[in-house]
Unconditional design. Structure first.
Length: 420
């Protein structure tokens, strides 16, 4: 079962704060003067040659070093791939850092540095926002943000977006350090705390640290709904059931008509095996948002799990009358589960707009798609409508217990179960 967040945190595009200037004045070094003329002509190779000559004559020529940084930046701007830009970024920063060491506080060095940082950020963010989960786009976004951090390591934005790109690319472990750096720098807003906590939870071994980060963030940003929702999810995910339930009760008291809160609260009650209380909350969530497949599924699961608990009593009893009563109660609960599980299946299939391909069957044990002609796993991770496999598995169990053989067979086929 999944716990949902009520909103998605959106981030804004960084706009370059500075542009490089136009023509420069004259220099006492004729090689530097020549380089400036070549820059105006956009002949960057010739400009670098002149600057290298100037630096060979005087390695401490701060003006030549700053101008070299500018030329390397201009060359880098013409390279689309962030990975291919990185060697020029390294050379640029070596020149700028040397110039800054010779003449601290030089305005031109600061402008070049900031403009190069902004270019990398503006290169990375469209790659991240428009990636659609594409690994190649995210890999390039990651490199662009790493370039930005190389240029301005103290800027929290670069670290924050690097963490987002790693997280979007499925690299939760790699996302943690950038988020923590963004927070430690003092530039971490509610989003940094939220996604740092999410990355820590995703590793499966940092639950305590995740709670610390999320609780700290919630304390700093008490009105941030996504952050508060993530903290509630973290309580549930780390087995802090009592704290989660108390927090959900408090949240629902403030916002009783939130379908997401009702869903999450009901799902947590379901995990705690408080089935009757879960049903009350999930019923309310369905009334508020009837087309949510997850809520419909968990409502069916609540009735099914309650039926399982009754069945355990049935197995233990030696009293015939009590056995008949328990069997009737169990079957009634299973019948109540069916419409919700069926709704969940229909809503999921409708959302996917999919038509099952009879050649492929979902293998529930591996959660992969098996080609029935070759009996091999298909190269893709899942097959058409595989997302309904778990729902169909639950439907199969219910139909089988109720003795509805035809429906059970159809559900087993949907779930990819081998009935032989």
């Amino acid at each position: 079962m999944r716990l949902l967040s009520p909103t998605h945190f959106l981030v804004a595009l960084v706009v370059a704060a500075a542009l490089l200037g136009g023509a420069d004045g004259c220099s006492s070094d004729p090689n530097v003067t020549s380089a400036k003329l070549y820059i105006q002509q956009e002949d960057y190779t010739a400009a670098l040659t002149s600057l290298e000559t100037a630096l060979a004559e005087n390695p401490d020529n701060a003006e030549a070093l700053a101008l070299k940084g500018r030329v390397l930046h201009l060359q880098a701007k013409n390279i689309a791939n962030p990975m291919d830009r990185h060697p020029l970024v390294e050379q640029m920063m070596a020149a700028l850092n040397r110039a800054d060491a010779l003449e601290p506080g030089d305005a031109e060095v600061a402008v070049i540095r900031h403009s190069a940082w902004a270019d990398e950020m503006n290169s990375g963010m469209p790659l991240y926002h428009e990636s659609g989960g594409n690994e190649e786009s995210l890999t390039q976004a990651i490199q662009a943000f790493e370039n930005a951090i190389y240029i301005q390591p103290d800027s929290s934005y670069g670290h924050y977006y690097l963490g987002l790109a790693h997280l979007a690319n499925g690299n939760a472990d790699d996302a943690i350090a950038p988020f923590e750096t963004a927070i430690a720098s003092g530039g971490g807003d509610a989003g940094a705390y939220l996604y740092c906590g999410r990355a820590l939870l995703a590793t499966g071994s940092n639950g305590s640290r995740a709670l610390e980060v999320l609780e700290e963030g919630a304390g700093l940003y008490p009105d941030d709904e996504p952050l508060r929702a993530e903290l509630l999810n973290a309580y549930a995910a780390t087995g802090q059931t009592d704290r989660a339930l108390a927090a959900y009760e408090d949240a629902i008291a403030r916002d009783p008509d939130s379908a997401v809160l009702r869903y999450n609260y009901g799902s947590t009650l379901l995990q705690a095996e408080r089935f009757d209380d879960a049903i009350i909350q999930l019923e309310r969530a369905i009334a508020l948002e009837p087309d949510n497949a997850n809520t419909q599924y968990n409502m069916g699961a609540a009735y099914q799990n309650k039926a399982t608990a009754v069945n355990a009593q049935l197995i233990e009893t030696d009293d015939d009358a009590e056995a008949r009563r328990l069997r009737t109660e169990r079957d009634g609960l299973l019948e109540q589960a069916l419409p919700y599980l069926s709704n969940a299946r229909q809503l999921t299939e409708r959302t996917l707009s999919c038509t099952p391909d009879p050649r492929y069957h979902y293998d529930a044990s591996t959660q992969r798609c098996r080609d029935t002609e070759t009996d091999q796993f298909a190269p893709n991770a899942s097959c058409p409508c595989s997302e309904v496999g778990d729902i169909c598995h639950a439907l199969f169990q219910v139909y089988a217990q109720l003795g509805r053989t035809t429906e059970a067979e159809e559900a087993s086929e949907c779930a990819g179960l081998d009935m032989n």
